[in-house]
Ligand binder design. Structure first.
Ligand code: AMP
Ligand code: ZN
Length: 117
């Protein structure tokens, strides 16, 4: 009844209730174009299982977190942006997290300054 996935926008994308531009999918993860891109490549990689974020992740989520990063690396390979790209997980509203379904941002295709703001 209080299943957070009912209203979660990324679960809704997974269920096909909201549109997305799919980039990659395997049994564990789904990747799609960010709707408000901050770089020429800005892809979001999400686990197919809902959990709110890194702060909320449990031992059992370790594999999903790793698989999101491996998928990001594969997409970067496919897009030939391996000269320099970044994977980012925002954790909590103070970091800019606005969607509470864990997601890895893959940013690339331009110079990325360090440290991020
Ligand atoms: P964060 O701020 O780390 O929680 O990242 C959420 C990201 O999701 C932002 O970069 C948004 O632009 C993106 N986003 C939100 N809703 C959608 C959507 N329906 N389709 C694609 N990207 C989205
Ligand atoms: Zn979700």
């Amino acid at each position: 009844m209080n299943d957070p996935s009912t209203k979660c926008p990324f679960c809704r994308i997974l269920r096909g209730e909201l549109p997305s531009k799919k980039v990659y999918e395997n049994d564990h993860v789904f990747a799609f174009e960010d709707i408000n891109p901050k770089a020429p490549t800005h892809v979001l990689v999400i686990p197919k299982k809902h959990f709110a974020g890194l702060k909320e992740a449990q031992e059992e989520d370790a594999e999903a977190i790793g698989r999101c990063h491996l998928a990001a690396a594969e997409i970067a390979r496919q897009r030939k942006i391996e000269k320099g790209y970044r994977t980012v997980v925002n954790v909590g509203p103070g970091s800019g997290q606005s969607v509470f379904h864990l997601h890895v941002h893959l940013l690339g295709g331009r110079h990325l300054s360090w440290p991020p703001g």
